[in-house]
Design a protein around this ligand. Structure first.
Ligand code: ADP
Length: 328
């Protein structure tokens, strides 16, 4: 059976981008057709300036939202990265096969390091080595597939390179995984800056729809989305990124193809209105289930405990084999 691994960073509240680009497919596809692991990657949240209590709170919230969105702990493994030591154990070995140049070429590193510097902070070494830890997350479980949005494609490519290099040098140890991406909404863009992605770690609230936003907030944010001075609704990602983003969000929520939707709209206002309603409908059941789960913290605890136990059992043989192969 195919094994799937994917993760989400507790660096901010989960967004519509996380949902349409990742979570929804985990729920609708991956957990049904594969042996799937979904991880709240809390160690990755420490790579940038952070508040310890907030990381703990967001980790909990992300886990609750994953379950609220429909991940079924009977079908898949939901767990927290720091509960399973195998990730950091393996990460060190992979640092011994990765190169400094390789790390510095990562686009996300360049972007995030620049952002930290702009804020006057220093760049943590863990931000540079973060893709190695991500490779360890994936390789420890022998995952064949890693469902991710476009923003993570380069990191999965690096994971493949490290797996191949390790296997060539030290003998076959790791499965070489591949990234899989959603057909639509692989890259949901910020509503106020449609040329950058809707990322939960950004502080630009008005351009980001959060999964727990009230319907009225969702409506306001989408109605105020930046478009352009044109009037006709056409799908052109390069020239009309704002409108293309709305069409993609609408297509992802209602099903169908963004290009096919153009004909149905005579104005941007009508498109925005329908997009807002479609998003509100998609979020409604998730929010309702989230409220129920918040009232039952013992259930969430039990799911995470059992998930970590299962994950540990799966990862340990591979990580032990890697230690032996490399000479320890
Ligand atoms: P973020 O960038 O919001 O911090 P993560 O790195 O935690 O997100 O990614 C969790 C998953 O959500 C990944 O599979 C990532 O590709 C996906 N994802 C994040 N933002 C978007 C987006 N704007 N559009 C599509 N997918 C996204």
């Amino acid at each position: 059976m195919t094994r799937v691994f994917s993760g989400i960073k507790p660096t901010g509240h989960l967004t519509l981008g996380n949902y349409l680009g990742a979570l929804r497919r985990w729920v609708e596809v991956d957990q049904h057709r594969s042996e799937a692991l979904f991880c709240i990657v809390d160690l990755h949240a420490l790579t940038v300036d952070h508040d310890p209590a907030r990381v703990r709170r967001l980790t909990r919230q992300a886990a609750t939202l994953l379950l609220a969105a429909g991940l079924d702990p009977e079908r898949c493994t939901v767990f927290v990265q720091s509960h399973v030591d195998e990730h950091t154990r393996l990460s060190y070995l992979l640092e011994c096969v990765a190169t400094d140049g390789e790390m510095r070429r990562m686009i996300q590193y360049k972007e995030k390091a620049a952002r930290e510097q702009r804020r006057g902070g220093s760049v943590r070494l863990s931000l540079l080595t973060y893709p190695v830890l991500m490779a360890a997350d994936i390789l420890a479980y022998g995952a064949d597939e890693v469902p991710v949005g476009d923003d993570q494609a380069q990191h999965v490519e690096l994971t493949r390179d490290l797996a191949v290099r390790f296997n060539q040098r030290y003998g076959h140890t790791f499965v070489v995984p591949k990234a899989t991406r959603p057909k639509v909404a692989a890259r949901v863009m910020n509503l106020q800056e449609p040329t950058s992605k809707m990322g939960k770690s950004d502080d630009s609230g008005p351009g980001i729809v959060y999964l727990l936003d009230e319907p009225e907030t969702v409506r306001k944010k989408i109605m105020r989305a930046v478009t352009d001075s044109g009037r006709d609704v056409v799908y052109d990602r390069e020239e009309r990124p704002g409108v293309a983003n709305l069409l993609e969000i609408l297509a992802a929520c209602r099903g169908g193809d963004p290009e096919d939707l153009c004909g149905a709209y005579a104005s941007y206002g009508a498109l925005k209105k329908d997009t807002a309603e479609a998003v509100i409908e998609v979020l409604r059941p998730v929010q309702a289930r989230h409220r129920e789960l918040c009232a039952d913290p013992a259930y969430v605890d039990a799911v995470l405990r059992a998930g970590a136990e299962r994950a540990r059992k799966m990862a340990r043989p591979t990580v032990d084999a890697a230690y032996r192969a490399i000479g320890l």
